[in-house]
Design a binder for this molecule. Structure first.
Ligand code: SER
Length: 590
């Protein structure tokens, strides 16, 4: 059985049992700033698990693309993946434990469906604690389908309780494991969940019956729901009887391609670990970038994860002697594999490809320098401090995690507090330095001045869109009442041009775009298209402010967090202040 058949029969099984098939949601959780990625099929369904009616009814099923980064540093072994697909079925206040367990058992063991040997199936159920009783109802349901007591394991919250994040809908769960004869038990207390590989978890049925609150307490939900999740890659490996997920059709073509590119004959265990890192990381980064949110590598949030994945893949490829461009050819394979399932993958192909090329070129340019610097620091001082890690991050773009890993190989643990302190300190210095340049204004930081400061960035971006990229800032001044902006341009703007600029700025204000700050090496910031004004005064690392995709400038801030707070933008005056120089005054009105 191949992956596509597994997806199809899973959905068919639950469709036949009254479930509506819903689409996979984005990898970027909506309205949930507490997590970076959709990490399970239930994630987009949280409001419905809490009681809101779902438009498709009370029984749902789907295939959800997921990313989990908690074990990112474990990738390279034979089991961990960052991107994976999850099959799921949900009952929103409808059927309960008995039906969920009976169907799970039928789908796993019936010859008509997956046909696993029932004797190879073991399950775990919740042992009970002060928050919730022992789950005898689930255990009884397993007994009634024929699972003997010796294959029903009662485990604690650590193993048998599911929640996405820290708060929200949650409850005891029951996990299903297939025994792999080829992998010996690790000892007499080998059991499902011990992670030795003898028992492989394929499915988890969660009995959502509580809501965990901020104070750590559990409040019963008004309705009980079922949330199940079955990992496609892992289950497929079990069905196909292959030892690992990397032996399934998801990874075989990627691994073969990497091996060809490396032009080696023999691969050591360490080489194979690097290969698994490359294929997992590129696959994940491609799927993240292919999402309609179009987030490429950056130094913040999801973009930083993309950068981390790609840079680790490049470093690993380097160690295997693989040359430039390998990520794009791997991405072609990934895109081909997923384009018919997830329309966005084809839609955003160009964005993915250009982002990969740019990131690889950028990182390869500095990687060797970074590694040489790392070695030099180590040789000279016998240590890698938090400050060194910060320098390698800001000046060479070496992800912190890579520095930590390289240090670990030398038996050094990096002082994270020192790294964070440097980061904070730098933020302060960069802010102060730039503020000094804005004479008369920004040091005061009043709300109105901060708003006008953001408006100045929007004005510059709008002017460039309307008049062309050749216009550059020549000076700026802000008071409580107005902003003043000088720029290179040789004539007055027409009334239409003024209106167009105003409209563009007001549109961005009405879109309430987020204003974000990141720290980048100067060259990298400029390479990304950030506008710089005080060229000679910037240090190696600069602070960059972006307003959505609309504006990006080197600047120490401060700025508003969202453009929506600015009010209405209006240009009040323009005049020529010398050959090729124009001055605009503008205000924002409530
Ligand atoms: N949410 C549960 C899990 O991810 C079941 O889908 O394991």
């Amino acid at each position: 059985m191949l992956a596509q058949e597994l997806r199809e029969i899973y959905l068919k099984f639950f469709k036949e049992r009254g479930h509506s098939v819903i689409a996979s949601a984005s990898l970027f959780p909506e309205d949930d700033p507490t997590v970076l990625f959709t990490s399970a099929g239930m994630h987009p369904l949280v409001p419905y698990l809490l009681g809101q009616p779902h438009p498709e009814g009370k029984r749902l099923t789907n295939v959800q693309k997921c990313v989990r980064t908690t074990d990112i540093d474990e990738v390279g072994d034979t089991t961990h993946l960052t991107f994976f697909e999850m099959l799921g079925n949900w009952s929103l206040g409808d059927y309960w434990k008995k039906e969920a367990i009976t169907w799970s058992y039928e789908f796993l063991t019936s010859k008509k469906w997956l046909g696993f040997d029932p004797d190879k199936l073991s399950v775990t159920v919740f042992a009970g604690d002060k928050d919730s009783p022992r789950d005898d109802e689930a255990a009884d349901a397993w007994r009634s389908v024929g699972i003997p007591d010796e294959r029903i394991y009662f485990l604690s919250k650590e193993d048998n309780w599911w929640i996405a994040g820290n708060t929200g809908p949650c409850g005891p769960c029951t996990e299903m494991f297939i025994e792999v004869d080829e992998i010996a038990r690790c000892g007499s207390d080998c059991r499902p969940g011990c992670n030795c590989g003898h028992f492989v978890e394929v499915w988890n049925d969660v009995f959502m019956s509580y809501r965990k609150l901020e104070d750590g307490s559990y409040e019963p939900l008004k309705m009980n729901s079922i949330d199940t999740g079955m990992g496609v890659e892992r289950t497929l490996a079990m069905i196909q009887g292959v030892p690992t997920v990397f032996d399934t059709e998801f990874f075989i073509p990627l691994i073969e391609h990497v091996k060809e590119l490396s032009s080696r004959e023999e691969f050591t265990e360490e080489d194979n670990r690097l290969i698994r890192i490359i294929v997992d990381h590129v696959r994940s980064a491609v799927m993240i970038m292919a999402d309609d949110r179009k987030i490429g590598p950056s130094n913040v949030e999801q973009g930083y994860i993309v950068r981390r994945l790609l840079r680790k893949a490049i470093h690993s490829a380097d160690r295997l002697g693989i040359g430039q461009g390998f990520m794009n050819s791997l991405a072609e394979i990934v895109i081909e594999m997923f384009k018919n399932l997830y329309g966005e993958v084809e839609r955003n192909k160009e964005f993915v490809m250009t982002s990969l090329t740019a990131e690889e070129a950028k990182f390869r340019k500095t990687l060797n320098k970074a590694l040489r610097r790392f070695e030099r620091i180590y040789e000279e001082t016998g240590n890698i401090t938090g400050e060194d890690a910060f320098l390698l991050f800001t000046s060479f773009g070496l992800p912190l995690e890579m520095t930590r890993e390289l240090a670990e190989e030398k038996g050094i643990e990096i002082d994270m507090n020192e790294f964070t302190r440097q980061f904070e300190e730098h933020r302060e210095i960069s802010r102060t330095a730039t503020q000094g340049k804005f004479k008369g204004g920004l040091a005061e930081h009043t709300e109105q001045i901060v708003k006008l400061h953001t408006a100045t960035h929007l004005l510059q971006a709008a002017l460039r869109k309307v008049l062309g990229d050749e216009i550059t800032q020549n000076g700026s001044n802000i008071t409580e009442e107005r902003l003043r902006f000088d720029f290179t341009f040789s004539r007055k703007l027409t009334q239409e041009e003024i209106e167009e600029v105003e409209n563009l700025v007001n549109e961005v204000i009405s879109q309430d775009l987020e204003v974000t700050q990141e720290f980048l090496p100067y060259d990298e910031a400029i390479g990304k298209g950030a506008l710089a004004f005080f060229k000679e005064n910037y240090g190696e690392t600069v602070s960059v402010y972006s307003v959505g995709e609309f504006s990006m400038e080197l600047c120490g801030g401060p700025h508003v967090k969202h453009t929506g707070v600015l009010g209405k933008f209006r240009i009040t005056k323009q005049k020529s202040i010398g050959a090729g120089l124009m001055r605009i005054r503008a205000i924002i009105e409530d």
